[in-house]
Write a protein that binds this ligand. Sequence first.
Ligand SMILES: Cc1ncc(COP(=O)(O)O)c(C=O)c1O
Length: 472
Amino acid sequence: MKLYEQLADSLSSRIEQGFYQSGDKLPSIRNLSQQHGVSISTVQEAYRLIEERGLARPRPKSGYYVSTQRGLPPLPSTDQVLQKPLQVSQWSHVLHMFNRPDNDLITWLSVALPWLESTTLRPLQNTLSDLSRRVGLRGLAYDRLNGAEELRRQLARVAIDAGCQLTPDDIIITTGCQEALSITLRTIAGPGDIIAIESPGFFGALQAIEASGLKALEIPCHPEHGMSMEALELALEQWPVKAILTTPTFNNPAGHTLTDENKQRMLTLATQYDIPIIEDDIYGDLAYSYPRPRAIKSWDTEGRVIYCTSTSKTMAPGLRVGWVAPGRYLQQVMHMKYITSMSSTTLPQLAVAEFIAQGGYERHLRRVRAHYQHNRDRMQDWVSRYLPAGTRASNPQGGFVLWVELSQQIDANKLNERCQARGVNVAPGTLFTAGKKYRNFIRLNYAQPPTAEIEQAVQIVGEEVQMMMDQD
Ligand SMILES: Cc1ncc(COP(=O)(O)O)c(C=O)c1O
């Protein structure tokens, strides 16, 4: 047996025996080479072999980590049936989720809050605290209706990563992505109109649909590859759909991503039916691999795609800095922005512009992408370990939410009540549909560092699910 094979065998058996657990960082190549008195290339060969065996995965500039892919829970099931357009309700459930008690004792697995403690966000905080002194009265005045010029210039640069060629004048700054979505919907559709949307879909988008008197036509999705193009085509044939609203990259809650081919196919279908696509790309920059997936907007030559996103997941939601590139609808969306909230708050815009310009955003992204990937591995591992056999979970390649399918017997709203009584909460699946689906699904946030407290929270969810199944 060759030296690298011996080394690979010894590391493999340490992984198999649980000495290194899913998501753990493995020793560095240099360390192993010194410890075992072998060359760097021997260790590299050993790691290549371990990777081939599916036991470890490299992460850019960070080294090798134990893979969880072997013990992954199976992917959630999908419902391929196309239903009819529905009026959205569920507001009381959404309100319940946002009315968080001031209770430090609760472990929040429900809310899609990013990791705010990352030290890479400190420059942003520092800028925020001294900006008002530096910019004087500008911080107290209205900014331009479409937002601060310096921010729009930086965002046009950031959009290049998603494959989009934009100028600062193509962009309107909004108060979060939620405002971008709601003013867009109100611009392009009116009461009774039908909007095609992924199923499951983000509840904020569903609420915006409801508030504008629209109807949601939920399109079935594949757990890894997103919206079914066949189902979308059928929907467009059957119903007078006014627009497609999609989160095609690291979807919330399901985590899937449309392939480049299907992103182009969706655009072709939209062109054929002459309707706009509202693309929500809020998680796109949080890809675990580089380059990040392209946005549908990157193929748009007609201004048909209305691109919406924000800094809420990539930086911090309290900034309330979002933006929309409305393409051919620019003037109408600008008017809707004016009548909704006029210009957005000035200081956070300037702070975000400076953070990006000084390279802080890129540094932060590098850090959180690796962090979220590591946490995903941990969370998948805990779900496999602590939730009853048969539980299914998504396998997102970006972002920080996991979509979990429980046994059919489980009512996730009841489960959430039971978990809250034990200091944990989860987001019940019924939030993510206008219909009656996903009763036995939950969404878990894995943005926070995977501490013993979070592990215990997942254990509690598992115990409660098991008890509910036993009582049934
Ligand atoms: C897919 C998606 N779109 C939009 C939003 C709203 O973002 P913002 O906080 O920037 O308004 C969220 C927030 O959870 C989201 O998950």
